[in-house]
Design a protein around this ligand. Structure first.
Ligand SMILES: NC(=O)c1ccc[n+]([C@@H]2O[C@H](COP(=O)([O-])OP(=O)(O)OC[C@H]3O[C@@H](n4cnc5c(N)ncnc54)[C@H](O)[C@@H]3O)[C@@H](O)[C@H]2O)c1
Length: 297
């Protein structure tokens, strides 16, 4: 894995940038909000609740937003443009813990198995797709400079490993799949919009009661450690389609250094096979329907 050293000086170019943060009122989102405000960025939080620690800074806007609502997310982006005229970076961070039990035996009045809840998948995956889709639309409309805009999606170690909280793991794997697919599409259409992921390990936030973590001997990392990885991916214009794993303050890039090489190994690229996406590109070309720009314009 490729270790990354994040120096505070690397964030300087975020000064004056307009950043939308979903779930920016607590934990990782709040730490990112504070970090960006300190750097001179303008932040618009979309969250169900105002910041759990009040922030008095004219560069901060809070808009009550339920990310599972398409219209509320549209309103969030509209608000950002109304106030600041553009959107430079988007942090798709709002999330909830596991809710569904796929081994449930709960039945309704008719004795039929009760449908499992989709809350976690709606907040952690569907709403992230909403956020990124609106972000791409806005950033394209704004005719970004070649530096373009960026989207950072919060996945998790649960998105790259076996994890028994099944709905949560499904959503976090989905974040990875979505960001990978979107990265390929953005590249194909040569749009100056970067999409990257972060995969934090246990972090001290509203997610898990800290005393419980302590009681089992796990010391979670501070949310500012994770916030720095998000700011880094926004600031470093060379980062595209990457995923940073953050554990105990150590930052490692995993998509290009481990996951893609692993996929290539499975496919057998070293024996002359081609990756599925390369074949898809040829199919698209051969069909002649999806010319560059045609599907996305
Ligand atoms: N804490 C960890 O150990 C950890 C590890 C890996 C990934 N993550 C991810 O980090 C992200 C941030 O979580 P956190 O740990 O900072 O937790 P947190 O509970 O402190 O913050 C989550 C924020 O999301 C907001 N939110 C929840 N549902 C929402 C909705 N429908 N609409 C708008 N806002 C909503 C909450 O109000 C809260 O402010 C999540 O996506 C989580 O899955 C957390």
């Amino acid at each position: 894995m490729t270790d990354i050293t994040i120096q505070d000086g690397e964030f300087a170019r975020l000064s004056g940038k307009v950043v939308i943060i979903t779930g920016g009122s607590s934990g990782i989102g709040l730490a990112t909000t504070n970090l960006l405000l300190d750097l001179g960025a303008k932040v618009i939080i979309g969250d169900l609740q105002p910041p759990v620690t009040p922030i008095h800074n004219p560069s901060l806007t809070f808009q009550r937003t339920d990310v599972t609502s398409w219209s509320e997310q549209l309103a969030l982006f509209k608000k950002a443009r109304e106030i600041h005229g553009r959107v430079d970076h988007v942090f798709a961070n709002a999330g909830v813990g596991p809710r569904a039990d796929y081994l449930s035996k709960t039945v309704d009045a008719n004795g039929d198995l009760v449908e499992p809840t989709f809350v976690t998948i709606d907040v952690n995956l569907k709403a992230v797709i909403y956020t990124a889709t609106i972000a791409v639309y806005y950033m394209r409309e704004e005719q970004q400079t070649p530096a373009g805009g960026s989207i950072v999606v919060v996945s998790s170690v649960a998105g790259i490993s076996r994890f028994r909280a099944t709905d949560y793991a499904t959503a976090k794997h989905g974040n990875l799949g979505f960001a990978r697919g979107l990265h390929q599409r953005l590249n194909f259409h040569e749009l100056p919009i970067r999409v990257n992921l972060i995969a934090p390990s246990w972090t001290k936030t509203g997610f898990m009661p800290y005393p419980v973590m302590q009681s089992i001997g796990v010391e979670p990392q501070e949310p500012i450690v994770v916030a720095k990885s998000a700011a880094f991916l926004m600031a470093d214009e060379s980062r595209k389609g990457q995923m940073i794993h953050i554990s105990k303050g150590r930052y490692r890039e995993v998509e290009e250094s481990i996951m893609l090489p692993a996929a290539e190994k499975v496919v057998g690229v070293e024996h002359g096979e081609v990756m599925e996406d390369d074949t898809l590109a040829k199919i698209i070309e051969a069909m002649g329907v999806f010319k560059k720009g045609a599907v996305a314009s």
